[in-house]
Design a protein around this ligand. Structure first.
Ligand code: ADP
Length: 590
């Protein structure tokens, strides 16, 4: 087995067993045919003598062939189920140790596609194709051996037809490897274009009437179609020709003609001729499955490649024993960080030597122009990635000395993109505290200003949400994640633009929910809302990955730095908005 099949290692023996059973079944099937041929020949020569022995043997061979075939598929299906379970478990265990940053980079959609589709594809391949493969290899070779043993002259005739068919088939599949690659690449481009087209729909509808993304989608489709037509044109004629040659009829005609001639010369007895006719007819045809198997193997290899890509994602070193933090204070000490492996990324650090202290129970707001590194700071605290230099401490303990459970017991996070599981609203709120009672869930939802809208959903707390939670708006989804964070009740809270996708109607309710959530916790908050920033205990201003200013609102406004500039810009925008829209109301709460 080549390296890419290493993934089948855990069930290798069972697959081998299935293949041996299937191959043996093919041999018995052929033996049954050969024996039937002999029976037929003997009956023609001596019509009144029943060849009992040969008939019994033929019947036993047939029964054995069927039984072996059945157990071959049994084995391969068991192997497939076992492999599926093993791969899913291994992958889940592996992903649990991969940094959240890498998982995010890989993309939740792509990951779930690998976990669902590719593992399923491999299941189907192992269950159905491996016994077929053994059969397609064994059947033609055994037929040939029996034919040679029966009569080498007739065998040569059958082989000549087979070689002709295989030759034409080879011609048809000449560029199939290269074509397959082009075809797969085109198919992936179409998938990507579909995803882009659907995802961009809100933007498309608002701004560009859909021309750009739609034309990209159309282009991808056109090139896909072109490749398919090309392939068909190149392979179409030889393939159909090969089908004509490899079907039983041409071999039968050759064997009939040749046998008749040899019989007339008296050098071939009828029993042998009958056996050869029965066996030989199927020889060329038994090669045919190899063609479809060729594609199945290529497809399975692609799935294996993607599974291996996921399993190759590096894992975070996590200690076996955890050190317990003594408080909810957060300390960044000389933290430098770049995306990508250090030290290769040295030139592209996104954070440079960042040091700050966030005291327990205080709110620290991170401010600065876009791309300054604020979100990166927020994500380093729940260990989306590890720092390249310096360290991050919670309650005096380096977060790398904590187990995932200990760290997650400290930190809750709410980011721009609210993540909901494909489950009920109640279970989404319960995530992280599965033992919470319904009363606790409702209390958390009330505190998160979510209770009323949840009750107005068709099935209330039992309404199914998730990726397609179309009934629920962005701001409402965010309030569900806030209810979750309230229920989790962890001492540290990391918020990254939690109000980014809220419509004005939802924003007031969202702010109220957040203020409940923030109460008494150590909060690290990335936001553009000056109303919130102003009341922070500490404001940290970042520019190009460096901490350039720190203090409280009034102090910072009086310095002529970046904060003062951002503030004046905000003030101007406010005045402008006030002039344009004299009545500004912030309603919409619950
Ligand atoms: P901010 O939150 O201040 O807008 P970010 O922390 O999101 O800034 O980004 C800081 C820098 O890191 C940017 O230059 C951004 O392009 C880069 N960056 C952010 N996330 C990734 C990522 N997953 N991979 C590579 N670069 C990233």
């Amino acid at each position: 087995m080549s390296k890419s099949w290493d993934i089948l290692q855990p069930v290798q023996r069972q697959i081998q067993l299935a293949m041996v059973l299937s191959g043996t079944s093919a041999v018995f099937g052929l033996a049954a045919l050969a024996l039937l041929g002999l029976v037929l020949g003997q009956l023609m020569q001596h019509p009144h003598v029943w060849p009992w022995l040969a008939m019994t043997l033929a019947f036993i061979s047939l029964a054995a062939s069927l039984l072996l075939r059945l157990s071959a598929f049994n084995q391969s299906h068991y192997a497939a189920f076992r492999l599926e379970t093993i791969l899913r478990t291994d992958m889940a265990q592996h992903l649990a140790q991969v940094s959240l940053g890498d998982i995010q980079q890989f993309g939740a959609g792509a990951l779930s596609k690998v976990m669902q589709d590719d593992i399923k594809a491999l299941h189907i391949f192992v269950a159905d194709s491996t016994p077929m493969y053994a059969r397609a290899m064994v059947a033609p070779i055994c037929t040939l051996l029996i034919l040679v043993w029966l009569d080498w002259r007739l065998a040569s005739g059958a082989v000549a037809v087979l070689l002709l068919g295989v030759g034409v088939l080879g011609l048809a599949m000449r560029n199939s490897g290269q074509m397959q690659c082009r075809y797969n690449a085109a198919r992936e481009r179409v998938s990507a274009a579909i995803v882009e087209f659907v995802q961009a729909m809100p933007v498309v509808r608002t701004f560009d009437t859909g021309h750009t993304t739609f034309s990209r989608y159309q282009q991808a489709l056109e090139s896909y179609q072109e490749i398919l037509t090309d392939w068909y044109r190149q392979a179409g004629f030889p393939t159909r020709y090969a089908f004509v040659v490899l079907n039983p009829l041409p071999t039968l005609i050759v064997l009939l003609g040749l046998g008749g001639w040899l019989g007339a010369q008296g050098t071939l007895n009828f029993a042998t001729w009958a056996a050869v006719l029965l066996l030989g007819a199927g020889m060329a045809e038994s090669v045919m499955p190899l063609m479809s198997l060729h594609h199945l193997v290529a497809r399975a290899k692609l799935s294996v490649g993607r599974i291996q890509q996921v399993m190759a994602l590096p894992i975070l070193p996590i200690p076996i024993e955890s050190r317990q933090p003594s408080s909810s204070a957060i300390d960044f000490e000389g933290v430098s960080f770049g995306h990508g492996a250090y030290p290769q990324s040295k030139g592209e650090l996104v954070l440079h030597d960042v040091t700050f202290h966030a005291a327990p129970g205080t709110v620290t707001a991170l401010v600065g122009p876009s791309g300054a590194g604020k979100s990166t700071i927020a994500r380093l605290i729940p260990r989306f990635w590890d720092v390249d230099a310096g360290c991050i401490r919670i309650g005096g303990v380096d977060i790398r000395d904590m187990t995932t459970e200990t760290l997650m017991a400290q930190v809750a996070f709410v980011f721009q993109e609210s993540f909901l599981l494909a489950d009920s609203v109640a279970n989404n709120i319960r995530m992280g505290r599965p033992d919470a009672t319904m009363e606790e869930v409702v209390a958390a939802a009330r505190a998160a200003q979510a209770h009323n809208f949840i009750q107005s959903l068709p099935e209330g707390y039992d309404t199914q949400v998730g990726e397609r939670g179309g009934l629920i708006s962005g701001g409402q989804r965010q309030r569900i994640t806030i209810a979750r964070a309230i229920l989790q009740n962890r001492p540290i809270l990391v918020l990254d633009e939690p109000t980014a996708f809220a419509d004005p109607e939802n924003e007031a309710a969202l702010m109220k929910a957040l203020s409940v959530l923030m109460r008494g916790r150590t909060v690290i908050l990335v936001t553009h809302r000056f109303a919130t920033i102003r009341s922070a205990h500490q404001i940290l201003v970042f520019d190009q990955g460096q901490l350039v200013e720190r203090g409280q609102h009034d102090d910072l406004v009086n310095q002529s730095g970046i904060y003062a500039w951002l503030w004046s810009r905000h003030e101007k925008a406010q005045n402008w908005a006030l002039k344009r829209r004299p009545v500004v109301s912030e309603n919409g709460g619950e």
